[in-house]
Structures are given as structure tokens and as C-alpha cells.
Ligand binder design. Structure first.
Ligand code: NAD
Ligand code: DAU
Length: 335
């Protein structure tokens, strides 16, 4: 099988490439990534010289490039996106370009070249749950509330529209919060772990009572694998970790595993429009695909902390602004 992966130099995409090449060593992967601040080829240093892996630096909005790459491909797995909610609050321009127009360009190339399309999406398109409301499922109406989730929702609708109007063979997965190695240290888990390794405090937004469901990135990617191999065309599958935690509960677990006390917590201004709770009903994926998350959160979290401890060069370069001065300023503000 020949796959075109978009956004393969980011967190989930790079883990997906590792996962796929290990499990299917005879398959071929082209990784199309423009290398925004979140893209990092160091994530893929170990596969860079593999004969069945090729990196192409380019933008998914580049129609000619994308159309050329989509020839002789069996599947596009579309991970590329602007992904950080806080950045979308500051400026949603790049989110519109990449998440919506980029998805449109890929869909048109898939249509022209008869390519199966799997779209990676998020639970955030469903909005925010109250503490006792039932979890999201595939039938939950969309109610996105941040510029990021609104534009992911737009992309999801566009993908579905190509199935209905053009019969393009698509599938979609909506997943909850991922954690694991190679996650850019602007997201809660890597930011908090690396701050603590640097002796800095961890900034909790608001009162810390917001709830997220956490899934290890390898479990997410195993779910995507099952959808690619066994998913019904035109269908959406909700993936999650069955692991809801308030941000304060999660922070206390990190502090305990890292041998730090609660004096390292700093409560800061809340995120504007901060969604209260995400939770996912994964029974469709279980029933139809036989998929469920396997990695116990306590084990996955301990291993993830170990990874950041053992890969200080990776995140220190990012946080010191070696890649980009702007991000150094961002971290100084957050830390
Ligand atoms: P990330 O920010 O770590 O990586 C995104 C990658 O996309 C980067 O390598 C970046 O360079 C690339 N990219 C961005 N714009 C591009 C463009 N115009 N052309 C080509 N490449 C471009 O993101 P992530 O956390 O790995 O998320 C991957 C996907 O999974 C996204 O679609 C996201 O919405 C979705 N998702 C993420 C989570 C999560 O918890 N991180 C959960 C559910 C769904
Ligand atoms: O739910 C899936 C989504 O998870 C993905 O679609 C997004 O791409 C991904 O970024 C993530 O979004 P969140 O906004 O949930 O992740 P983030 O790590 O930014 O925040 C997690 C929770 O922690 C959220 O309630 C906000 C809070 N938070 C975050 C940061 C960065 C803090 O309290 N302090 C922080 O410094």
C-alpha cells in the first residue's frame, strides 16, 4: 500500500509514521509537511533513510504539488492542521487556510486521482459537555466553540460532502486529547512536564475544573489503522481513552510522578470560551472495528514523562527559541 500522510512531522503524524512502518514494513509512505513551528524532522530522524519513506516539504494548499503527489497513491491520511486552541484565539488566519482550504485541496486531488481519504478530526467539533451530560457519539450535533474547532468542523463537513456529492471514499475519526512522545510543548502535558523538569511552575487556566479525556497517541493511531483497514466508507468513528480527568487531577498525577509538590501550581487567567468537558462514547469503534484503547493511563503517563526526561535536547531547542524567537516569547509568557 502507498500512503500520502499530511502533517507527518507533527506530534500524531510522526507517531503514526513510526507505527505504520513498524507494522507494515512493505508499505510506502510519502510525508507532506510544510514544517510550521509544530513540524520537526527530528521526530523522524530514525526513519529518514528508509527506502520506503519519502519526505516532501510543501504546503497542503499547493494544488499542483498535492495533485502530483496524489498520483499512484492508495490512501491519503490527513493529519496536517493548525492545532492549538490558544493560537486560534489569538489569530485564526492560518487555521482557515490550512484546516479548511488545505483540506479542500486534498479532497480535490483525491477525487481527481481516485484515492481513498481518511480525515483526522477532533472531539472539539461537538462543543462542550456539562458535568452529567452523556458523552459525545457519532450522532452528536456539531457545536464548535473555538476558532480551531469551528474550522475543524468545517473541514469535517467538507469531507462528508465529497462522499455524498462525489462518492469519494472517505472515513473520519474524531478523537479526544492525545498524549505521548514528540508533542509540541505548548499543549498541557508536555508544557507541564518540561516546566517541572526546568524547575518552573505549571500554569493552570481558571479553576482547573475543566475535564478532558486522555488517550495515548499509539492507541489513537491503532484506531486510525483499524478504520483504514476495516472502517465502512462514508462513516465517522469516535475514538477516546475512557479516561476523563479534571485538569487539576491530571496535574496532581504529573506532580506525584515527578516528585513535586502542589506549590508548583500557578493558577492563571482562563482561556476565553474554555470548553468545560469533553468525553467520548467509543462503542461504535469497539463494535464495528474491535478497537479499544489498550494503554493504561498510569503506565502511558509514566513512560511519557520518562521520554521527556530522556529527550531534553529535543524540547530544550524548541523552548529556547532555537527554532524561532517568537515561540521563546510565548513560553516566557506561559511559564
Ligand atoms: P501538530 O500541531 O503537532 O502537527 C501538525 C503538523 O501539520 C505539523 O507538522 C505542521 O508542520 C503540519 N502542517 C500545518 N500546516 C500545514 C500545511 N499548510 N501544509 C502542510 N503541513 C502543515 O498536530 P497534532 O497534535 O499532531 O494533530 C494532528 C491532527 O490530529 C490534527 O488534524 C488535529 O486536529 C488532530 N487531533 C489532534 C489531537 C491532539 O490531542 N493533539 C486530538 C484529536 C485530533
Ligand atoms: O480534544 C482534542 C484536542 O486536544 C485537539 O483537537 C487539539 O488539537 C489539542 O490541542 C487538544 O486541545 P485542548 O485545548 O484540550 O489541549 P491543551 O493541551 O491546549 O489544553 C488541555 C486542557 O488544559 C484545557 O482544558 C486547557 C488547559 N490548559 C492548557 C494549557 C496549555 C491549562 O490549564 N494550562 C495550559 O497552560
Amino acid at each position: 500500500m502507498k500512503l500520502l500522510i499530511t502533517g507527518g512531522a507533527g506530534f500524531i503524524g510522526s507517531n503514526f509514521i513510526h507505527y505504520w512502518l513498524k507494522k507494515y514494513p512493505d508499505d510506502n509512505i510519502i510525508n507532506l509537511d510544510v514544517l510550521t513551528y509544530a513540524g520537526n524532522l527530528e521526530n523522524l530522524a530514525d526513519v529518514a533513510d528508509s527506502k520506503n519513506y519519502q519526505f516532501v516539504k510543501g504546503n497542503i494548499c499547493d494544488e499542483k504539488l498535492v495533485d502530483g503527489l496524489a498520483k499512484n497513491i492508495d490512501l491519503i491520511a490527513h493529519f496536517a492542521a493548525e492545532t492549538h486552541v490558544d493560537r486560534s484565539v489569538m489569530d485564526s488566519g492560518d487555521f482557515i487556510k490550512t484546516n479548511v482550504e488545505g483540506t479542500r485541496v486534498l479532497l480535490d486531488a483525491a477525487k481527481k486521482n481516485n484515492v481513498r481519504f481518511h480525515h483526522i478530526s477532533t472531539d472539539e467539533v461537538f462543543g462542550s459537555l456539562g458535568p452529567n451530560e452523556p458523552s459525545f457519539n457519532e450522532k452528536t450535533p456539531y457545536d464548535p466553540r473555538s476558532p480551531y474547532s469551528a474550522l475543524k468542523a468545517a473541514a469535517d463537513h467538507l469531507v462528508r460532502s465529497y462522499y455524498h456529492t462525489h462518492k469519494l471514499p472517505i472515513t473520519i475519526s474524531n478523537c479526544t486529547n492525545n498524549y505521548g512522545p514528540y508533542q509540541f510543548p505548548e499543549k498541557l502535558l508536555p508544557l507541564f512536564i518540561t516546566n517541572l523538569l526546568e524547575g518552573k511552575k505549571v500554569p493552570i487556566y481558571g479553576n482547573g475544573q475543566n475535564i478532558r479525556d486522555w488517550i495515548h497517541v499509539d492507541d489513537h493511531n491503532a484506531g486510525v489503522d483499524m478504520i483504514i483497514k476495516k472502517g465502512r466508507i462514508g462513516e465517522t468513528y469516535c475514538l477516546g481513552g475512557n479516561n476523563e480527568l479534571t485538569n487539576i487531577e491530571l496535574t496532581k498525577k504529573i506532580l506525584e510522578l515527578m516528585g513535586k509538590g502542589e506549590e508548583m501550581i500557578k493558577y492563571v487567567k482562563d482561556r476565553p470560551g474554555h470548553d468545560l468537558r469533553y468525553a467520548m462514547d467509543i462503542s461504535k469503534a469497539k463494535r464495528e472495528l474491535g478497537w479499544e484503547p489498550k494503554i493504561k493511563f498510569e503506565d502511558g503517563l509514566a513512560k511519557t514523562i520518562e521520554w521527556y526526561k530522556n529527550n531534553k535536547d529535543w524540547w530544550k531547542k524548541i523552548k529556547s527559541g532555537e527554532y524561532n524567537e517568537y515561540y521563546k516569547k510565548q513560553y516566557e509568557k506561559l511559564s
